[in-house]
Design a protein around this ligand. Structure first.
Ligand code: AHR
Length: 335
């Protein structure tokens, strides 16, 4: 009898356990709308996000907007129609998203922007943003340029700014951040003196749309119509444009990195190689290996949703600065 009761007890526990184990839950579906593939930085960014989400058991629906805003809007509408659980967007442009964001809200689908920002009329249409601080990147570039000319013989430092696509936060904030630190007065030293800081002027702004061929084209055109010898600094918003610009400069007798200070943003391997050979003086890193940050935010969203907590408005991805001084400690990368 005792044995029978024990058996019944075991059976109860066993079946009880089974009843509690819900059948395997289906993966949550994340729609990822990418702006395009204008750079190897961007390709790596996309791969990093998709791989990390999949590693964390999300099912990813990916759409490439091929640098077309209308197409990107359509991609997001497809995700809404598919009733995905969450939408990630790297917008090609900041504006023009309100209607589609309203549609996502009506469908109760959260939207998180990654890399670049969206300017929405109602900021509550966006759940969060994961990306580098573009302003801080510009600040770092401006600081490097200022420090490079402290106590120089020049009265004025002339800067050519090679800008990324207009209407993106990457371009506007990098430019803003650059000028902010560029124009700061030299710091007061402990002995009460300050270094001499020449006047810093951005004399020219060209637009290379974050693309290598366009970076080369606009600089070539500039060289045909102006004397590049008069420029002291080339500040470029992306490595691809810098590489294009370097191709254009190679057709002149100007030595990049020596006669012309070259400062770029991103940190692709091909730019690090040019830093090693001295043709680039400074790379402000903007991380493309962001998958962990994005997947972590998505997971936090689903976890916190249950507990009623909300995600921070901005989640920053850290970045650093590479120069000839710390180059040896920079790990190589596959993009
Ligand atoms: O939005 C970030 C920028 O876009 C990267 O710095 C650039 O390489 C890319 O195309």
């Amino acid at each position: 009898m005792k044995r029978a009761i024990a058996l019944l007890f075991l059976l109860f526990i066993f079946t009880g356990c089974k009843a509690e184990q819900s059948p395997e839950e289906p993966s949550l579906v994340v729609g990822f709308s990418q702006s395009g593939t204008e750079s190897s930085w961007r390709k790596h960014y996309t791969d990093s996000v998709i791989n990390e989400l999949e590693k964390n058991d999300y099912q990813v629906l990916y759409r490439n907007g091929f640098l077309n805003h209308e197409r990107q809007l359509q991609d997001v509408r497809t995700f809404i129609a598919y009733k995905v659980d969450l939408i990630l967007i790297t917008p090609l442009q900041e504006d023009g998203w309100d209607a589609v964001l309203e549609e996502a809200r009506l469908a109760e689908i959260p939207v998180i922007t990654v890399d670049r920002h969206i300017t929405a009329k109602d900021s509550s249409l966006l759940t969060s943003h994961v990306g580098s601080s573009f302003k801080a990147e510009g600040n770092r570039a401006g600081l490097f340029v200022s420090n490079s000319f402290l106590n120089s013989d020049l009265k004025e430092v002339k800067i050519l700014e090679l800008m990324g696509s207009s209407q993106t936060s990457a371009t506007t904030l990098r430019s803003e951040g650059f000028k902010e630190t560029l124009n700061q007065p030299a710091v007061l030293k402990e002995d009460g003196t300050t270094d001499y800081k020449p006047k810093m002027t951005v004399t020219t702004q060209l637009n290379g749309n974050f693309m290598r061929n366009q970076g080369k084209e606009v600089l070539k055109e500039y060289i045909q119509n102006h004397d590049l010898n008069e420029i002291n600094v080339l500040f470029s918003h992306s490595d691809e444009m810098t590489l294009g610009a370097l191709e254009a400069i190679s057709e002149t007798d100007i030595r990049p990195g020596k006669d012309l200070l070259i400062v770029t943003i991103d940190g692709q391997q091909n730019a690090l190689d040019k830093l090693a050979t001295g043709q680039i003086n400074c790379i402000v890193e903007s991380k493309a290996e962001v998958g962990w940050y994005v997947a972590n935010t998505v997971t936090r969203y689903f976890r916190d949703q249950k507990s009623g907590r909300i995600l921070p408005h901005e989640i920053y991805v850290p970045g650093t600065v590479f120069t000839q001084h710390n180059l040896a400690s920079v790990p190589s990368r596959n993009y």
